[in-house]
Design a protein around this ligand. Structure first.
Ligand code: TEU
Length: 522
């Protein structure tokens, strides 16, 4: 087994739990049915109550909202829909006052077609910014290569009648890809990072960052027409990431990056950490493609250990985000599974990323076909407004919000759950507190425990004399295991085990679809 090396004083982001906020859906204070920055600020007590360390905000920059903010028209300003720079500065100050951090969402692969850079680039074939994007000659019936957009269905190219050339967009035609081969683009994008670093942000989530480097000849995908997203791995990206890292490292305070490297082989993802000179962290999306199945999870955990440990890359864990069906839904909707998944996400070695609303055990909203907002058509369900209160409007002032509420909002809302110690929100809070009090859970080594029983995922975390064993029963049957060492139950995902602060002797029984944190009996 690889050594799982632990550094003596880890940077804050290695011991942190990050809470992702999709600002449109978090909390509306202006009354237009869309969440805003002031709404986030007004709910910081919830984050503090929960005990998370940092919040990551999906983009709030100036945008025509063709992809709800992932189409940025000005990286250095706030869209009026969400507030303004002053509101952002106030939020930053308030988050910092509460001892938490802010991670912004930086979208380097593409801008909006309404960004002034693209408008200039598009204005004529000899504009000085022409080369800031990928323009290629061709006839209107044949795109320059076989790349397809991730969404909507169709080529990753749009023909511009005025100039008789095509431009590249891995996503919608409103999201033209920046040409990172151009040093002026790299310098301008580095400036956008400095703008926010100077204002005090603690890090960046970097959108599809593995796609920024491109072979300028843009060759066809050998596998045939499709999106390069899940397979593209271009050497120049690593050079760009080293430059980006130097921008962050020039600031104090362990400013960090977490890359959305959408490649499904952990070994390849790990190369994006470089020699500790590229990304600080990367998502490893194997977890979101894995069902409620212990064997599959063992492979994912082992895959991460084998990929990240040898290169000293700090792992990350994620179950839900704004692009995917919520994990409770993916795992079949069972409330017990959602509770056991709390231990899965928060006790594996690495930085966990929660998605707002998972602490309420939410499933996705149902959105009528004629109400769909998302350009991909499939992601609205997990972007439903967060229910804050049980009553009418659930704490949202408008008569109608940009999306409907998720199911069971009268029960699955922050106010109701926060006064119920048996709720999933309290389970998150308790496990987060346990994590914070345990160097084993925060930064300890990790060893998978093999061969205990079919359907059981179990692992040991150790740091000096602090130790935890986590066991999760991913089956619909109660099972018995023999750990061959006496342990006490510190915490269980089963509500009835949770009450009282005393550890209980572990007799080997683990109820169906539940998890436990165990400590050695001393
Ligand atoms: O997502 C990248 C992306 O394409 C995947 O999330 C996924 O394949 C897609 O959502 C499936 O429909 C990032 C952002 O997270 C996403 O919200 C943006 O739309 C996208 O980049 C473009 O910026």
């Amino acid at each position: 087994m690889a050594p799982n090396v632990v550094s003596p004083t880890p940077p804050w982001w290695q011991t942190a739990v990050v809470y992702q906020i999709y600002p449109r859906s978090f909390c509306d204070t202006s009354g237009n049915g869309i969440g805003d920055i002031e709404g986030i600020r007004s709910r910081l007590d919830h984050l503090e109550w929960l005990g998370v360390d940092a919040l990551w905000m999906s983009p709030v920059f100036t945008s025509p909202m063709a992809d709800h903010g992932y189409d940025v028209a000005d990286y250095c300003d706030i869209d009026p829909l969400f507030g303004d720079l002053a509101a952002m500065d106030t939020l930053l100050a308030d988050v910092h006052d509460r001892g938490m951090r802010v991670i912004l969402d930086w979208v380097p692969n593409h801008t909006s077609d309404q960004h002034r850079w693209f408008m200039e680039s598009r204005s004529s074939n000899d504009n000085p910014r022409r080369d800031w994007y990928y323009w290629r000659e061709g006839t209107s019936d044949k795109p320059p290569n076989n790349w397809q957009a991730v969404f909507p269905a169709g080529p990753a190219w749009t023909f511009d009648e005025a100039s008789g050339e095509w431009y590249l967009h891995l996503f919608t035609p409103d999201q033209p890809d920046l040409n990172w081969n151009n040093p002026d683009v790299r310098a301008a994008m580095a400036d956008t990072l400095r703008f926010w670093l100077d204002r005090g942000v603690d890090g960046f989530r970097m959108d599809v960052v593995h796609m920024i480097g491109k072979d300028p000849t843009l060759p066809d995908l050998l596998s045939g027409p499709g999106s390069p997203l899940l397979e593209y791995d271009e050497p120049s990206t690593h050079q760009h990431l080293r430059e980006i890292r130097r921008v962050l490292d020039a600031y104090d305070g362990d400013r960090c990056s977490v890359g959305e490297v959408y490649l499904l082989e952990p070994d390849v993802v790990a190369t994006y950490y470089g020699n500790d000179d590229e990304l600080h962290m990367s998502f490893n999306f194997m977890s979101v493609w894995t069902g409620w199945d212990a064997d599959a999870w063992r492979r994912v955990v082992k895959g991460a250990q084998d990929a990240f440990d040898p290169v000293g890359g700090w792992p990350t864990w994620v179950l839900s985000n704004h692009d995917l069906p919520r994990h409770r839904q993916r795992f079949g909707g069972d409330a017990a599974i959602a509770r056991a998944a709390v231990l899965l996400l928060l006790c594996l070695r690495g930085t966990p990323f929660m998605y707002a609303g998972e602490e309420l055990g939410l499933v996705d909203a149902e959105v009528a076909p004629d109400q769909i907002q998302d350009p991909s058509g499939s992601r609205d369900g997990c972007r439903a407004p967060i229910p804050w209160e049980p009553g009418h409007g659930h704490g949202w002032p408008a008569a109608k919000n940009w999306l409907p509420f998720p199911p069971e909002a009268a029960l699955r809302n922050a106010q109701t759950q926060r006064v119920d110690p048996a709720s999933i929100a309290w389970l998150y809070k308790d496990v987060l507190a346990e994590r914070r009090g345990s160097s084993a859970l925060q930064r300890g080594s990790q060893e998978l425990l093999e061969g205990l029983c079919d359907g059981i995922l179990a692992w040991r975390r150790s740091y000096e004399d602090d130790e935890r064993i986590i066991v999760i029963n991913m089956t619909n049957e109660d099972v018995e295991i023999d750990l061959a060492e006496p342990t006490m139950i510190r915490m269980s995902s089963v509500a009835s085990h949770q009450n009282g602060n005393e550890d209980h002797a572990f007799d080997g029984g683990i109820p169906a679809n539940s998890g436990m944190i165990l400590v050695p009996r001393r």
